[in-house]
Design a protein around this ligand. Sequence first.
Ligand code: NAP
Length: 490
Amino acid sequence: MSESRESALLADVPDGLFIGGRWRAAEGGRTLTVRDPATGQPVKTIADASVADGAAALDAADAAFPAWSRTPHRERAELLRRAFDLLQERREDVALLMTVEMGKPLAEARGEVTYGGEFLRWFGEEAARIQGRYGANPEGTGRMIVSRHAVGPCYLITPWNFPLAMATRKIAPALAAGCTVVIKPAELTPLTTLYFTKLLQDAGLPAGVVNVLTTSRSGAVSEPIIRDPRLRKLSFTGSTPVGQRLLAQAAEGVLRTSMELGGNAPFLVFDDADLDRAVDGALAAKFRNVGQACTAANRFLVHRSVADEFAARVTERVTAMRIGRGTEEGVVIGPLIDDRAVAKAHALVTDAVERGATVRTGGREVPGPGTFYEPTVVSDVQFGSDILREEIFGPVLAIVPFDDEDEAVRLANDTEYGLVSYVYTESLARGQRMIDRLETGMMGLNVGVLSNAAAPFGGWKLSGLGREGGAEGIDEYLQTKYTLTADPYA
Ligand code: NAP
């Protein structure tokens, strides 16, 4: 990957806030610097929004709402479709930008462009299908109309781990529904959102429909926006503790909220599983995004009769994984996002080992520059280990043996989270029982990666509220009105 191509691309990324259709500096000219986690080097300096900039962004979203919500659905759909097409044209640039600011291997970044782009296409299609109902009431005394309306200006907060897809997964349904938005990407990875916003401009985005705040003070800038009575919806993807705090803030205005929060996914391998498929699925579910996904498998619960063979096979594959900057050929393990992520992964492995687990491969920090951790397999993890309770968010595969189906279900559900589960079994009946018994909003049955723009993504329990994607995804940005009209024959 040539350095000059990266420099040219980075120079092309806007460095301002985007408010009311204009790029501009932050109040007082404040800036923040974005770094490459593979090198620790600064890559670009951009605007650092203040509370006043946040208020200006909400002013713009509020001002643009009446016209945008009345814009014909087909026009809204066509904007999203043009954005989808432009994203395909610029896919290599967007992928490279994500690798530079977030660290994921380029092949995975390309995968995220595909996945993230599908939300533009899907919700563009859904925009034209927003429907209501009309019919007589059961008493025959009137006619009932049920209509759907855009909820209003929305505040969208996205995390650093999927810089494009988390933005499109929120922006596309909001715009399709007729809402205007203020989006705040994570401080660590704001460049993809800035670049994507420029792409939306090129696709014909009207002023004020999307406004972008980049800031190093997410709490201080966000709270007044969330408490402002003009805001009607908050959509957040991030950690459960922050989500809980924001829900409390949103309660004041009784805001519509969508919360995509943390996970602690169990990955169940039964004794009747196809082990080849289970190993492939395990590696995908664990090491995609270097383990930094809310859907990452966190606990591998494996039937005792196959646990050793499963551990041996994954260890062989993990040992061969190449570590490096995501732009290098053949790299599958990029850096973790920062030092804290490395320290956390290592602390969890250390705790597991102290409680009796065996490190099969990895288990060490990689000396800098950059924030890397070796892809790791630990087996015979004992109950009570922190690694079974906490979201690892790193390249560590932890194996726990179980003896029967009831125990597997009990262990799988023994967490306050409920985002996703993975099940490997060749028994249809067992697979169906797992659909009933596992307390998660999503389940991969003999597959290790399941996200799809056409499917409702979201969790149970502390993993969140609401759904993104699918037919459900646009509902989050629509509100319902029931109108009764008089009996036309009376
Ligand atoms: P995080 O610390 O909760 O941050 C997420 C976003 O919230 C960032 O934009 C962050 O901005 C912002 N933020 C932090 N504190 C805030 C506050 N007080 N007020 C307003 N905004 C605030 O989470 P993270 O560590 O970046 O992301 C990893 C987490 O996201 C994991 O728990 C993962 O499971 C979860 N996640 C969930 C899904 C899902 O769909 N369920 C998808 C991806 C990730 P700054 O970083 O700039 O402060």
